[in-house]
Design a protein around this ligand. Structure first.
Ligand code: G3P
Ligand code: CA
Length: 268
């Protein structure tokens, strides 16, 4: 097939909405992603986990306790169990209608768990090209099933959602993705910079570094080292104006933020 290059933003730094516009709306909900698209985000970030019956859902934590009115591990629940929970009410502050509630829901309705399939459809139907960065969470316990299901879904949307990358703190997870789908760019997330990565090198075949803001503060020279090796640098989670400014000064390629609207306004 023809090679589709990702939509390049005219500004130097690409803005990626972390769990959607997750400061304004409950993370990983359709409302949060719709707002991020409206805000003009270049791409959307999401975390994925497998349910007990093999569906990929967008949930950050191992358990649903923080972000829903239910309890328990995602891996122990079936999609139908998750669909009965409300993933929005924990974030709603008052009795007023949530301004970011999705239009196909009545005020007071439950905010449903978001499947990766539904998020891909949202991106496919967006009024402009939007990228998607999918993070595999704790993939080791599933021995390849997370990546297998993920690649099936990405293949299903290959034409309509061409600007996709897979992120992980697990080099093994990224390796599985590259082995099966070498056309998909991969992002190696790092909380701390291990000595073997200080020179900018990444696991074989990975072309994007995903350092924490903490790494950049401690080792600003990292960006230049990664760039010298031809690797991009996508930094998380960049919410404060002074941190956005630091990222711009260092020449990072993308900032992953809970506040895409504010960051885009700052970048002009
Ligand atoms: O985008 C990377 C960042 O999301 C990694 O940390 O815990 O928010 O998934 P976490
Ligand atoms: Ca994440």
């Amino acid at each position: 097939g023809s090679h589709v290059s990702p939509a390049r933003p005219s500004r130097p730094v690409s803005v990626v909405a972390h769990r959607g516009a997750s400061e304004a709306a409950p993370e990983h909900t359709l409302a949060a992603y719709r707002k991020a698209i409206e805000d003009g985000a270049d791409a959307l970030e999401c975390d994925v986990r497998l349910t007990a019956d093999g569906h990929l859902v967008c949930v950050h934590d191992r358990r649903v306790n923080r972000t829903s009115n239910g309890r328990g591990a995602v891996s122990a629940l079936e999609l139908a169990d998750l669909a009965a929970l409300d993933f929005g009410s924990w974030k709603r502050e008052g009795p007023d209608e949530d301004p970011y509630e999705s239009p196909d829901q009545e005020a007071g309705d439950r905010t449903s768990v978001l499947t990766l399939d539904r998020l891909l459809r949202l991106v496919a139907e967006a009024p402009r090209p939007v990228g998607l960065a999918v993070e595999t969470k704790h993939p080791s316990r599933w021995a390849g099933q997370v990546e297998e299901r993920l690649l099936q879904l990405l293949e299903k949307y290959r034409e309509s959602v061409p600007d996709v990358r897979v992120m992980s703190f697990s080099a093994r997870s990224l390796h599985r993705v590259r082995a099966a789908a070498p056309h998909i760019p991969t992002v190696y997330l790092m909380q701390l910079l291990l000595p073997r990565h200080r020179d900018g090198r990444l696991p074989p075949g990975v072309s994007i570094a995903g350092p924490s803001l903490r790494i950049l503060r401690a080792r600003p020279e990292y960006v230049e080292r990664a760039h010298r090796l031809g690797n991009e640098v996508h930094v998380w989670t960049v919410n404060e104006p002074e941190d956005v400014e630091m990222c711009v000064q260092l020449g990072v390629d993308a900032v992953i933020t809970n506040r895409p609207q504010e960051v885009l306004a700052q970048l002009g």
